[in-house]
Design a protein around this ligand. Structure first.
Ligand SMILES: [Zn+2]
Length: 101
């Protein structure tokens, strides 16, 4: 999962627009690199910015603002690898099932 430098994003849940950009982050679980403790934020406690989200540790003063685009970019980077792997296998399947003229 994404690492911002100050936090390791263990999990996040977000609503996406049709273009797959994040419209709203609903939940976030972070591991703080300063104190090493986990903090979970839900839709009620999460601090949002216009187009971004505040990553904050409940156990120390560690805090970071991150844009939703950056959060999504890092997450889709992981999905991108999976997607390219599956598209390769579907290409292979398509070739195999191509009818002979
Ligand atoms: Zn901390």
């Amino acid at each position: 999962m994404p690492d911002t430098g100050l936090f390791h994003v263990v999990a996040f849940d977000a609503e996406h627009r049709e273009d797959h950009s994040i419209s709203r982050v609903n939940a976030l679980t972070l591991r703080c690199h300063k104190c090493g403790k986990l903090t979970a934020w839900n839709a009620d406690t999460l601090q949002r910015l216009e187009g971004g989200t505040i990553l904050a540790c409940r156990h120390c003063q560690n805090r970071q603002a991150i844009s939703n685009a950056r959060l999504n970019e890092r997450a889709s980077g992981l999905h991108g690898n999976e997607r390219s792997a599956s598209s390769t296998s579907s290409d292979t399947r398509r070739l195999r099932h191509r009818p002979t003229p």
